[in-house]
Design a protein around this ligand. Structure first.
Ligand code: ADP
Ligand code: ZN
Length: 214
């Protein structure tokens, strides 16, 4: 059966980093709506132009835009055995729309946890490869060469929305509109809580245990 993992949790808890690793191990693609939107912005598509201002200020992009970006992606061929979602759904309406696509599949929801101050600290140290999107942390996952991506040699940059005041706004949005999803999924789907503030390897092995079991 098609395997679908939904990674939930606050901004900066590591959904992207954890998702990348899981994607390699489980051989299903990682789909990040944040990354898809940033690609649209980079290419200056119509959707990208609409999304840009919301993203740079830490607000959610309107559902119709995000949904069309997501649906286009999950229809691609490499998603036929399943996929991992990072950053979608982000509110109840998006979760309800998603139900139309994942109805009969094997869905597991992983909730990664950490407290706000930990997240602010982690995000302010986050750097992203301009070229391939790989994620680094100046202290926990530093690149071998300062400012340069290990994987592709691209330049590492700080996202506009990783600046502290924008991070705090993203957390506010998370607590008000995204965290209600926890109860939504707890009652409907296989739901697991995993700490996101420990070592990456531990987080991964905890999730893989869940994967093997249920
Ligand atoms: P993070 O999870 O660390 O906040 P993302 O890269 O997932 O980072 O998201 C960055 C921004 O992209 C969000 O603040 C929001 O503006 C936009 N975004 C991503 N996914 C969604 C979504 N499902 N719904 C609305 N906006 C989204
Ligand atoms: Zn790179």
């Amino acid at each position: 059966m098609k395997k679908i993992l939904i990674l939930l949790g606050p901004p900066g808890v590591g959904k992207g980093t954890v998702g990348e690793k899981l994607s390699e191990i489980l051989r299903i693609p990682l789909i990040s709506t944040g990354d898809l939107l940033r690609e649209h912005i980079k290419k200056k598509t119509e959707l990208g132009l609409k999304a840009k201002e919301y993203m740079e200020n830490g607000y959610l992009v309107p559902d119709d835009i995000v949904v069309s970006v997501l649906v286009e992606r999950i229809r691609e061929d490499d998603c036929k055995n399943g996929f991992i979602l990072d950053g979608f759904p982000r509110n109840i309406n998006q979760a309800e729309i998603l139900e139309n696509f994942i109805n009969k599949e094997n869905v597991k929801v992983i909730y990664l946890t950490a407290d706000d101050e930990f997240l602010v600290n982690r995000l302010s140290n986050r750097r992203i490869c301009e070229n391939c999107g790989a994620i680094y942390h100046l202290i926990n996952i530093p690149p071998k060469v300062n400012g340069i991506c290990d994987k592709c040699g691209g330049k590492l940059v700080q996202r506009e929305d990783d600046k502290e005041d924008v991070v705090r706004n993203r957390l506010k949005v998370y607590h008000s509109v995204t965290s209600p999803l926890l109860d939504y999924y707890r009652n409907r789907r296989k739901f697991f809580v995993v700490p996101g503030d420990g070592k990456l390897e531990e987080t991964i092995s905890n999730i893989l245990k869940i994967e093997e079991d249920a």
